[in-house]
Design a protein around this ligand. Structure first.
Ligand SMILES: [Zn+2]
Length: 440
């Protein structure tokens, strides 16, 4: 491609309002939780935006999934005081009612759960991770609580603002014990009551049943046998607008596709909006299953980009991807915050697990944890459209470079497993149920 083509495409992207428009259309839909009507309508929004971007052969492919529908949830302290707290059921919580002692497991680390009398009791765990450790995912904390015999799981936000957090408890399947979220402020009280030997009642009414969702895919560039897959999840939790998580990512993907459509690409680029990420990567699993992964040279997962100014590049144990990111950052004069440690909790995972080099684009708030995401405060007013545009331009540059790259070795299972072990991830992934069987 000529410099002029690239400059022209980037210049147009600099004033392109299509990313903001697609974000707005997604944010105003009610309930984009996987398998629900809002998610189905969101797929059509994504398909329209892809077609408008110049993506060819845009189609929707359905896949079966486990749909979860909330009804009611409650949490009351019955002793030493009588008091009710606002609460939100966590997706895949089974229906059920429990009255038991309340115990505080702090962050919910393995050591804290081991040191607490969890059996038969209701546990309260923070959404936070100890500062000196790798991220501890909610599924890991829940899995350990279940294994230790807990009767119910209470997930207390560490972010202030009276915001009960949400988040799925299992991958694409009903959990074993009720799980609910409470605000930071409620969590503070619950920890005190736990110390005073409190009894609590937790009740959830919800339905878990077979459902259906869909991926939206199309292609850009030449029809080569090999391709780069660029995806973003368009589903969201039902408690808020899912503007940050992950309408921002979809907007960045659409903006990037609009740039890529104007460029001469070295290989085909498959663009995908995937469903049901929040319920356990169900859409990306279906997509990885449908593709011949030997022909997928790399996957780019846009989950977290577009939210904050500084783009973060997670290179997931691939030196080749890491070098490529450094080169693009240098040429563009936009430093990325790079992290090379792999994690299995987003849509690159079904690809990375099979050895496909993976890049996840995120962005840096400087704060700890998920911020407003997974709460009702995840709304459009938090989004700065300049970040959508800049990240779309940078994503396009990265994808273009990946499409032209000849040296992208697979990520060997042995080195990936080693990278997870180095982060002491193995037992956590086992507790969450994501440690690959073939890894022993
Ligand atoms: Zn997400």
């Amino acid at each position: 491609m000529t410099e002029t083509d690239l400059d022209r495409a980037l210049g147009r992207a600099w004033r392109d309002d299509a990313p903001w428009a697609v974000l707005s259309r997604l944010a105003e839909l009610p309930n984009r939780l996987g398998g629900h009507e809002g998610e189905r309508r969101a797929a059509d929004v994504v398909a329209d935006a892809f077609a408008d971007a110049g993506v060819r052969g845009v189609t929707e492919q359905t896949f079966p999934m486990t749909r979860w529908t909330r009804a009611t949830a409650s949490l009351s302290v019955t002793d030493p005081v009588e008091r009710t707290f606002e609460t939100t059921a966590l997706p895949y919580s089974p229906a059920g009612a429990v009255t038991a002692d309340l115990v505080d497991v702090g962050y919910g680390t393995p050591e804290e759960i081991d040191a607490t009398d969890v059996d038969g009791n209701v546990v309260v765990a923070s959404t936070d991770t100890p500062p000196d450790r790798r991220f501890l995912h909610r599924m890991e904390k829940y899995g350990r609580a279940v294994d230790a015999g807990a009767a119910a799981f209470v997930f207390a936000n560490h972010v202030e603002g009276q915001l009960p957090p949400t988040g799925a408890l299992r991958f694409d399947a009903a959990g074993e014990i009720p799980g609910v979220g409470v605000s930071n402020e409620a969590g503070e009280w619950l920890r005190e009551y736990a110390e005073r030997g409190a009894t609590v009642s937790v009740a959830v009414d919800a339905a878990t049943e077979p459902g259906e969702s869909r991926n939206v895919t199309g292609v850009l560039g030449p029809d080569t046998g090999e391709e780069i897959v660029v995806l973003a999840h368009y589903d969201a939790h039902d408690v808020g607008e899912g503007a940050l998580d992950n309408a921002c990512g979809v907007a960045v993907l659409v903006g990037a596709a609009r740039v890529l459509a104007e460029l001469d690409l070295g290989r085909r680029v498959r663009v995908a909006g995937v469903g049901c990420e929040e319920l356990g990567l169900i859409g990306s699993e279906a997509l990885a299953d449908a593709l011949d992964l030997d022909s997928v040279r790399a996957v780019v997962n846009v989950d977290g980009a577009g939210r904050f100014r500084d783009l973060r590049a997670f290179t997931h144990a691939s030196d080749a991807v890491s070098d490529l990111v450094a080169r693009v950052a240098d040429e563009a004069g936009h430093p990325f915050v790079e992290k090379s440690d792999p994690h299995p909790f987003s849509d690159h995972w079904p690809f990375l697990r099979e050895g496909v080099p993976a890049l996840q684009l995120h962005s840096e708030s400087g704060e700890r944890g998920r911020g407003w995401t997974h709460t009702r405060a995840d709304t459009r007013d938090k989004v700065d459209r300049r970040n959508l545009r800049t990240h779309a331009m940078l994503a396009a540059l990265l994808v273009c470079e990946l499409a032209g790259a000849d040296d992208l070795p697979r990520v060997e299972a042995a080195s990936l497993r080693e990278a997870f072990r180095e982060q002491a991830y193995e037992s956590g992934m086992r507790a969450a149920g994501v440690w690959p069987d073939e890894w022993g």
